[in-house]
Design a protein around this ligand. Structure first.
Ligand code: ATP
Length: 298
């Protein structure tokens, strides 16, 4: 086989996140409205001699066999009994690691989709979602894309209408990384608040930009923002400073990324400058629309 395939693995933000009780399996029950954005890693699948898969990554720290791409490939290989053509999976990392943007989960989802296509396995979406949920709670969402309400440990999805287009400005406090597991293990139960996501879901269903912005602008969108997490002090400081400059940043997942939804390109560019002036890394991106599927292909 002599072909190449390139797929995008987009990041997600949590427009809202409510963390509920810890379950007997150690995971927390959550409710989250998740939104895919344009910032993406890229996976290039290319033919090599021999059989089976090989893996290369632009980030040396992520080149080991514990990369979620390798775990996805190994799981998929186990489902198939026929000999598989040789393929090298090249992962080009763009999404910051341990940033609350689900980069690893999205890479795993793209690996499942890509190898299913490359090896012509014909696995349907339901099967991919099942394999994906073994790899991680966010992988099913990353397979679907767009906008969704996630429940359970994040793997039970209700697809929502695509969010109206917004610019998304990400602010990453420099040098800060937060492990999702540490965040969930260390959050202070005394300070938990659980935002109701219902008004946000309604606003998305009616496509009301002003209600979506109004809900996010209320500032209380994420249980984990009220908890004491690794890096909370710095995140809150950056948040307050950006608020003082007229922006409305909120936390994505367990952070440390703060994001702003903005309706207007000039304002988004201005937000990027303000974020950089606060000593943070800034990314200007936008919300992806699920229906077009254009986001999948490079
Ligand atoms: P989430 O938002 O889903 O909680 P995150 O964005 O905070 O995740 P990731 O960047 O996905 O975090 O990485 C989480 C961990 O997974 C890292 O510690 C990293 O070592 C490991 N990992 C495995 N494969 C990958 C990958 N392809 N990209 C990034 N991290 C990976």
């Amino acid at each position: 086989m002599d072909k190449t395939l390139k797929l995008r693995a987009p990041a997600k933000i949590n427009l809202g996140l409510t963390v509920l009780a810890r379950r007997t399996d150690g995971f927390h029950e959550i409710e989250s409205v998740m939104q895919q954005i344009s910032l993406a890693d890229v996976l290039l699948f290319e033919a090599v001699s021999g059989s089976g898969w090989h893996f290369v990554c632009t980030d040396q720290n992520l080149s080991g066999s514990d990369n979620l791409v390798c775990r996805a490939a190994a799981l998929l290989e186990m489902q198939v009994e026929k000999p598989l053509a040789g393929v090298r999976i090249n992962l080009f990392k763009n999404i910051p690691v341990e940033a609350g943007l689900a980069g690893g989960s999205s890479d795993a989802a793209a690996a499942l989709m890509g190898l299913n296509l490359y090896w012509n396995l014909g696995l349907d979406q339901k099967t991919l979602l099942k394999i994906g949920s073994i790899l991680g709670s966010d992988v099913p969402f990353c397979l679907n894309g767009g906008t969704a309400l996630a429940r359970g440990r994040g793997e039970q999805l209700s697809i929502l209408p695509s969010l109206p287009f917004f610019w998304v400005v990400l602010a990453l406090p420099n040098g800060l990384r937060v492990s999702t597991a540490d965040a969930y293990n260390s959050f202070d139960t005394g300070r938990i608040g659980t935002p109701s996501l219902q008004p946000l879901v309604e606003a998305i269903k009616t496509g009301s930009k002003s209600n979506i912005l109004g809900w996010i602008g209320s500032g209380f969108t994420n249980t984990l923002e009220t908890a004491i997490l690794p890096g909370s002090g710095l995140i809150q400081k950056v948040k307050r400073r950006l608020e003082n400059r007229g922006l409305k940043p909120v936390l994505s997942g367990s952070g440390p990324t703060l994001f702003m939804l903005i309706d207007n390109y000039s304002l988004a560019c201005m937000a990027v400058r303000l974020v950089e002036q606060e000593g943070c890394r800034a990314y200007l991106c936008w919300t992806n629309i699920r229906d077009s599927q254009e986001w999948r292909y490079v």
